[in-house]
Design a protein around this ligand. Structure first.
Ligand SMILES: *[C@@H]1O[C@H](CO)[C@@H](O)[C@H](O)[C@H]1NC(C)=O
Ligand SMILES: *[C@@H]1O[C@H](CO)[C@@H](O)[C@H](O)[C@H]1NC(C)=O
Ligand SMILES: *[C@@H]1O[C@H](CO)[C@@H](O)[C@H](O)[C@H]1NC(C)=O
Ligand SMILES: *[C@@H]1O[C@H](CO)[C@@H](O)[C@H](O)[C@H]1NC(C)=O
Ligand SMILES: *[C@@H]1O[C@H](CO)[C@@H](O)[C@H](O)[C@H]1NC(C)=O
Ligand SMILES: *[C@@H]1O[C@H](CO)[C@@H](O)[C@H](O)[C@H]1NC(C)=O
Ligand SMILES: *[C@@H]1O[C@H](CO)[C@@H](O)[C@H](O)[C@H]1NC(C)=O
Ligand SMILES: *[C@@H]1O[C@H](CO)[C@@H](O)[C@H](O)[C@H]1NC(C)=O
Length: 900
């Protein structure tokens, strides 16, 4: 054993005889003092009475007998401000369990790292990809396990604004990062005790701050800091001290890439944690981020320079991929009902719903059919008969069918003895297949066994196929339906397993395991199951979702797919699942959607009023109505009823009116949403949209919707007013044209009612709406005429007149565009006097062809905001009724309309 591993720390208030290192060559004066018991007590008391009151305010520290460590490297200090301490090992341990190379705070009972930490990797020469790093301490603060004896660091310069750092075990792989010429970042890896920093134009983007770097069996850890200003991400706005997230797909886990945005000197950069293994990210004091992974392979981090949040997002999208599948109908409302008990009832309910919805003119785009699709172990010819009947009904009503599919297979009732032998016997019914029997080789198995693993959902035993190398034959066999689906929403993708988990074995066999991991492991398959290829399940659990998504895409020929979770997969749309109905969750959904969008997933769907069965149709109506209004601005929406209906037909009178109005208003705004989603996320946090505005950055009370709209929701019951913190520029209330007065950062109070949802439009923008909505998005797009909102922004510019005098002149402008197809957009521009419309592209068929047109081609009205009062014909705006045929642009350069 290495000598340093024997070093014991000593404690001044400890009355026990000291063990001290007999090898220590130099005994310092204070060591001598400590050896004399009487003196020790006396000095101890002096120290206690003088020092502690002085230091207690900021520092609670443990006096250790500070001898320089025998290896000659840095001593490291225990006198660290409490907020900056990094937990050593799991931190919350007894003094005996605290590794001697850490510090122990006897008052708060916390084991923490020295500064600099002694748990680092060391190397002598200049760093390069080939340099072998060696642990300074032979054991790690997790069960005193041995440190990996070697480690390597590979730095990959991926693009001028994106680099990655990979710490890995050279016994397992070998990496070599690429180097590029022009880049906006520089980095340093300093010997001897490794210290890594990455710098960008705005300052230090990333620094390990000489914190711990730990590599051992089933535990790798790194700590770093990205800024001393604010950070955002992981579903939190801002991301605060004490937040802990586990990257291990589970119900309630992260839906999007684990990306942290950091603000520094007026710019933004980002760090993405790429972890396949179960990984915990915890935010400690002073923005220190600690990443701990239950892995034996390594850790990988990406740094994105920015300098704008949008630059970070674009780099992330290049890395994780992005969805190119947005079709107009996908923006309409999706409905799913899981209320009926039997397939017959479900079909009747669906019939009733389709008929009433059409009578009541309730707009919706698609339906999940009679029931969500759940695979059965015994698949027979008639298994899908009701679903197919429902599918036909929906198609006849011109609605799309979006199947809801889960990855598991129902094996049988949990307490039924009959199913025990099903697996071994071939089904009696000739027209049925028995999946567990016929496709045994694809099913996840019990730990170290050949028996299939049975999870539990409700009262049913379920099997989990491993979809990694699935065959077409397998997919055809579990699929009992003939309905052609228009899309698939994957549910319970983690996958779900409600069987009771015993965590004791994990605590015993994993060096690091805690409550946070317990939560993540609780509702997923038993961690130590065996995959068909013999590998242990939990290491690659995060791949399960991706594999199922790929299998669905493969089987369906690539129809649109939504899933609640994924791992580093930007091309799948997110569908939030298991959101319970509460005011808190409504606000959280807005934050999550906004952060999800800027983390790369623009196509993001949330369930209106949540999608669990806890909805109370008596006490939560006001909340549910507000949720309908908020959902107007969500990238995608779903109305999912479990046990209690939440769709508009479940409401009565004014309440029903309000739900339908909200859905209609969404259809009205879809041309703007569709345009926005071609270029960026729809819902955006303030710091993303206004990165230079210091006073807005942490707000969760208002959100941007694209570049031109701002929503300021009233999200508490019976709220009578809202405060708008004004972003730069001028802002008008969207329906009236009322101009908000104030400067950037001012709070403006607006009255509101429970039927309102304050929406503002930015001066200097023009958006197109479609007000006469139809029952689907596609139909509205084609049949409803456009209505333009022209929100003018006036400002003064200095011009020089003929006498060389500078004079100020008022200039009023607005511009905007509307995306229609790849090869067709409309451009709108105004000055104070006129509006000019031009076409960009020449796909006029999409507007003007009698058969091929998908867009309307008539503008019927224009509302102009921001004119001088004398030019208005309403209180706050000028309303112009004029029929404009956009097809004229086929032969004319532009269309011009006088507005004053
Ligand atoms: C520390 O651990 C003890 C038991 O081991 C537990 O009761 C306590 O809640 C933990 N404290 C924190 C802050 O985790
Ligand atoms: C961050 O650090 C810089 C330089 O160390 C300092 O000038 C700045 O005031 C710090 N900012 C905050 C918010 O602490
Ligand atoms: C299984 O258990 C449920 C309650 O958990 C009970 O209602 C049902 O009758 C049981 N079925 C059998 C076959 O024992
Ligand atoms: C798998 O884990 C469970 C519970 O965590 C434990 O009881 C069991 O012994 C483990 N099996 C194997 C083969 O490791
Ligand atoms: C899938 O196939 C690949 C390549 O043959 C193999 O490495 C992997 O272990 C297989 N996975 C499973 C779950 O069988
Ligand atoms: C509330 O839901 C229950 C259960 O679906 C239903 O019986 C009842 O009629 C609903 N009440 C109202 C007011 O819609
Ligand atoms: C216009 O000129 C005035 C002084 O004549 C100056 O204060 C102002 O900044 C100038 N504005 C612009 C936009 O240049
Ligand atoms: C205006 O100024 C320019 C240079 O700033 C000069 O060349 C020109 O002669 C001036 N004109 C008059 C009318 O003074």
């Amino acid at each position: 054993m290495l000598p340093y591993a024997n070093e014991k720390k000593e404690e001044i208030v400890n009355e026990e005889p000291y063990e001290y290192d007999k090898n220590a060559k130099q005994i310092k004066w204070y060591d001598a003092v400590l050896l004399n018991r009487t003196l020790r007590v006396a000095i101890g008391l002096v120290l206690l009475s003088v020092l502690i009151p002085v230091l207690l305010y900021q520092y609670i520290f443990v006096m250790t007998a500070e001898r320089p460590p025998l290896d000659g490297f840095s001593t490291g200090s225990c006198v660290i401000q409490r907020s900056a301490r990094l937990p050593c090992g799991s931190g919350n341990v007894s003094q005996e369990e605290c590794h001697p190379q850490c510090c122990y705070d006897t008052i708060n009972k916390i084991c923490f790292h020295r500064y600099p930490s002694r748990f680092s990797y060391i190397f002598q020469q200049k760093w390069s990809e080939d340099v072998i790093l060696m642990p300074r301490i032979a054991t790690v603060p997790y069960n005193f396990q041995e440190s990996f004896k070697t480690m390597k660091l590979s730095i990959d310069e991926i693009s001028p604004t994106h680099m990655s750092l990979t710490f890995y075990d050279p016994q397992k792989t070998s990496l070599s990062g690429q180097r590029i010429e022009n880049k906006m970042y520089s980095y340093e890896v300093l010997p001897t005790e490794m210290d890594i920093s990455v710098n960008g134009p705005q300052g230090r983007l990333f620094s390990t701050l000489r914190g711990p770097l730990i590599a051992s069996n089933n535990i790798w850890e790194i700590a770093f800091r990205v800024t001393n200003e604010s950070i955002y991400g992981l579903g939190e706005l801002p991301l605060k001290e004490g937040t802990v997230k586990v990257i291990y797909n589970h119900d309630g886990g992260l839906n999007t890439a684990p990306l942290i945005y950091a603000k520094l000197n007026g710019s933004y950069h980002g760090v993405l944690i790429e972890a396949r293994a179960p990984t915990e990210i915890s935010i400690q004091g002073e923005n220190n981020v600690v990443v701990r992974s239950i892995t034996s392979d390594g850790l990988k981090l990406h740094v994105f320079v920015g300098p704008k949040p949008a630059d970070v997002m674009n780099d992330v999208r290049k890395f994780i991929g992005s969805n190119k599948q947005l079709e107009y109908w996908m923006l309409g409302a999706h409905i799913c009902n899981e209320i009926a008990e039997t397939p017959e009832e479900a079909f009747e309910d669906l019939q009733k719903f389709v008929t009433s919805a059409s009578q009541e003119k309730i707009p919706y785009e698609s339906h999940c059919g009679t029931t969500p699709i759940v695979f059965q172990n015994e698949v027979c010819l008639d298994s899908g008969i009701y679903f197919d009947k429902g599918g036909e009904l929906l198609k006849n009503a011109s609605k799309k069918v979006i199947g809801h599919v889960s990855p598991h297979i129902i094996y049988g009732e949990h307490n039924s003895t009959v199913s025990e032998d099903v697996e071994k016997s071939i089904s009696l019914n000739e027209s049925c297949v028995n999946i567990a029997h016929d496709f045994n080789e694809f099913i996840i198995r019990e730990p170290n066994s050949f028996d299939v693993y049975k999870g539990l959902i409700g009262n049913y035993d379920v099997l989990y196929p491993d979809y990694e190398n699935i065959t077409e034959e397998f997919l055809q066999n579990i699929w009992a339906y003939n309905t052609e689906l228009d899309g698939v929403i994957i549910e319970n993708i983690w996958p779900l397993d409600e069987s009771v988990k015993d965590h004791e074995a994990k605590y015993l066999s994993l060096p690091y395991f805690n409550k946070n991991f317990e939560t993540a492991f609780n509702q997923t398959p038993q961690w130590n199951c065996t995959r068909p290829n013999g590998k242990t399940y939990y290491h690659s659990h995060n791949d399960y979702a991706n594999n199922f998504i790929d299998a669905v895409n493969f089987a369906s020929g690539g129809i649109p797919t939504w899933a609640s979770n994924q791992w580093r997969k930007g091309d799948v749309m997110i569908n939030r699942q298991n959101i319970s109905t509460s005011w808190t969750n409504l606000r959280k959904e807005l934050v999550e959607a906004a952060l999800g969008g800027i983390s790369g997933h623009w196509l993001w769907s949330t369930p209106i009023c949540g999608d669990t069965d806890n909805y109370n149709n008596k006490t939560q109506i006001e909340l549910c109505l507000k949720w309908y209004m908020a959902a107007t601005y969500m990238p995608m929406i779903k109305i999912h009823s479990k046990s209690v209906a939440k769709h508009p037909l479940a409401f009565e009178g004014t309440d029903r009116r309000l739900t339908i109005n909200a859905l209609n208003q969404r259809l009205t705004m879809l041309p703007y949403f569709y345009t926005t989603l071609q270029e960026g996320p729809l819902l955006r946090p303030m710091f993303y949209q206004f990165p230079s505005s210091e006073s807005l950055k942490d707000l969760t009370t208002q959100f941007s919707v694209g570049d031109n709209l701002l929503i300021v929701p009233n999200l508490t019951p019976s709220q009578s007013h809202v405060h708008v913190w004004l972003p730069p520029g001028s802002w008008y209330e969207i329906w009236s044209g009322f101009k908000l007065k104030g400067e950037e950062g001012d709070a403006v109070t607006m009255t509101t009612t429970s039927a309102d949802f304050l929406t503002l439009i930015r001066g200097d923008s023009i958006i197109a709406l479609q007000k006469d909505v139809e029952e689907t998005a596609d139909k509205t797009r084609l049949q409803s005429s456009f209505s333009l909102i022209v929100a003018i922004d006036c400002h003064f510019v200095n011009i020089t007149n003929e006498f060389n005098n500078t004079i100020q002149q008022k200039v009023c402008e607005a511009s905007g565009h509307m995306y229609m197809t790849n090869n067709m957009s409309l451009k709108f521009e105004t000055d104070t006097r006129q509006l000019k419309i031009t076409a960009v592209g020449d796909d006029f068929d999409a507007l003007c062809d009698t058969d091929k047109a998908i867009w309307a081609h008539t503008i019927k009205e224009i509302n102009v905001y921001g004119l001088d009062d004398k030019d208005n014909n309403y209180d706050h705006h000028k309303h112009i009724v004029r029929t404009i045929n956009l097809c004229e642009l086929e032969n004319n350069e532009d269309i011009t309309i006088m507005i004053t």
